[in-house]
Design a binder for this molecule. Structure first.
Ligand code: HEM
Length: 511
């Protein structure tokens, strides 16, 4: 046999063996149902301009466990509570990393942050640091005076600035963003970062909010390079170059924060800086870049999510005057009109709590949550889920599923009250019908802080003011459209006239 024929025979034999092995090891189970993919691009054309809407529509046709192919990536979508429970509870350990993506590479310091860190010792270290030193009961106790300052100073400033606005309509979302960013900054770095003058705004705060919104918009784009790696270098949508520019702006902001930091102040950053030389149980040390990446996570994941939820809550209350009246009645009975709401009051405000749950149900701030990826292939409800599949949980669609909720599109806080259809349902990742913070190992790290900020701010705004729309617009005709990014913004910012309703001294108390 000549060497040439020998080579040909070897290739033919190898191909045959490969095919036989592939045939024998092929999954005996089918993939979940889904729309037929196009060549190369797969189901990209099905994603539409607002993916959580398009995916909800596809689930109505194909069922709540959906399979898509985006470029070369297998994608599964959960669109019902029972399917989400399978992924995030039963198979949680298999889905505890995030898929590779340009945002993690170009914005989040090449995966050196916590949000995108692969599941493993480094993620555990970062998560432990935040849970012990930032979010634990003990840490929150240590920061108690900072939180009390948050209420008295940040929320106080917000109400004062709103009370001063008189005839001028205010952009509520913008003012809320300044408030949540400063509140978080006090805990993270021991000081506020933005000024708020009479109009409640510092131009740098506007710039910062724009940066966070841009980050969420870019992170929400289904970037072709993430799904067809050979096309990454072409950056067809221009997303990667925008990410690189945005990263530089965030890095300058974070570098100046660390540079100007007073290490003697009590704050999360002081603790992180003091831990830089300490090894953890697995022998890992915290690096300077990881500190910046962690701050980036907290400032971006914690500010706009919370402030836009409050903006949606106030919009729903203005649109539903009966519900607003009931919230105010409850607040007047528990708090009175002589002082503002305190954190201790929240436990005595069940109707307000129900309003917050209903807001998170209809307007979850991350409608497709954050993606996960499967470490191994697995079986869910008789379907084969291949290894390396990206998981999208359509939190938005699940919370509007007519099989779970009566009148799913109506704003009805009563459904969460005793005797209501979902009286005992909580939103902290245990009941899968409403999971605005996700669930399982990678559940939102800032859940308790975020929830408390949203509750306190919404309660304060409903208690302190009656609200009218700009130019006397009819609340029933209010535009409730969504603008899509990774987070759910209002398409039209809420422009409102607040009219004080408490004793005048409440608005004049000095910070
Ligand atoms: C209304 C407020 C908030 C909402 C709705 C929200 C929602 C979410 C969601 C859906 C996830 C993904 C969970 C998953 O994969 O299952 C997440 C992750 C995360 N959130 Fe939040 N969040 C909020 C506030 C905050 C705050 C205040 C912080 C910090 C200050 C924060 C920090 C994080 C971090 C670090 C992660 C990544 C956790 C990990 O990968 O281990 N979030 N959040």
């Amino acid at each position: 046999m000549t060497p040439f024929i020998f080579a040909l025979a070897t290739i033919a034999a190898a191909t045959l063996v490969y095919r036989v092995i592939k045939f024998i090891t092929r999954p005996s189970l089918p993939l979940p149902p889904g729309p037929k993919p196009w060549p190369i691009v797969g189901n990209f054309p099905h994603m539409g301009p607002v993916p959580h809407h398009s995916l909800a529509a596809l689930a109505r046709v194909h069922g709540p466990l959906l399979y898509l192919r985006l470029g070369f990536v297998n994608v599964v979508v959960a669109a019902s509570a029972t399917v989400a429970e399978q992924f995030l509870k039963i198979h949680d350990s298999n889905f505890s990393s995030r898929p590779p993506n340009a945002g993690a590479k170009y914005i989040a310091y090449n995966y050196q942050d916590m949000v995108f860190a692969p599941y493993g010792p480094r993620w555990r270290l970062l998560r432990k640091l935040t849970s012990v030193h930032l979010f634990s009961g003990k840490a929150l106790d240590e920061f108690r005076h900072l939180r009390e300052t948050f209420r008295r100073e940040e929320v106080g400033r917000l109400t004062r600035n709103l009370a001063r606005s008189e005839a001028k309509a205010v952009n509520l979302g913008q003012m809320l963003n300044v408030c949540t960013t400063n509140a978080l900054a006090r805990v993270l770095i021991g000081r506020r970062v933005f000024k708020d003058g009479d109009g409640g705004c510092d131009p740098r705060a506007d710039e910062f909010k724009d940066m966070v919104v841009e980050l969420m918009v870019l992170a929400g784009v289904f970037n072709v390079g993430d799904f067809i790696p050979s096309l990454e270098w072409l950056d067809l949508q221009g997303v990667q170059s925008k990410m690189k520019k945005l990263h530089k702006r965030f890095d300058a902001f974070l570098t100046s924060i660390i540079h100007d930091h007073d290490t003697s102040s009590i704050s999360f950053l002081s603790i992180l800086l003091s831990l830089q030389n300490v090894k953890d149980d697995d022998g890992n040390r915290l690096t300077h870049t990881e500190i910046k990446a962690l701050l980036l996570n907290m400032f971006t994941a914690g500010t706009d999510t919370s402030s836009s939820t409050v903006e949606w809550a106030v919009a729903e209350l203005i649109r539903n005057p009966r519900i607003m009246a009931q919230v105010q009645q409850e607040l007047d009975a528990v708090v009175g009109r002589d002082r503002s709401v305190k954190e201790e009051d929240l436990a005595h405000l069940p109707y307000l709590q129900a309003v917050i749950k209903e807001t998170f149900r209809l307007h979850p701030s991350t409608p497709l949550s954050l993606p996960r990826v499967s470490a191994e292939s697995c079986e869910i409800f008789g379907y084969h889920i291949p290894k390396g599949s990206t998981l999208l949980v359509n939190v938005w669609a699940i919370a509007r599923d007519p099989k779970e909720w009566t009148d799913p599109l109506d704003f009805k806080p009563e459904r969460f009250l005793p005797g209501g259809e979902k009286a005992d349902v909580d939103i902290r990742g245990n009941d899968f019908e409403v999971i605005p913070f996700g669930a399982g190992r990678r559940i939102c790290a800032g859940l308790s802080l975020g929830l408390r900020m949203v509750q306190l701010l919404t309660a304060t705004l409903a208690h302190s003011f009656d609200w009218g729309l700009e130019s006397g617009l009819n609340p029933e005709k209010m535009n409730m459209d969504e603008a899509y990014g990774l987070t759910l913004q209002r398409a039209e910012p809420l422009s409102v006239h607040p009219r004080p309703r408490l004793a005048p001294h409440v608005y004049s108390m000095s910070p």
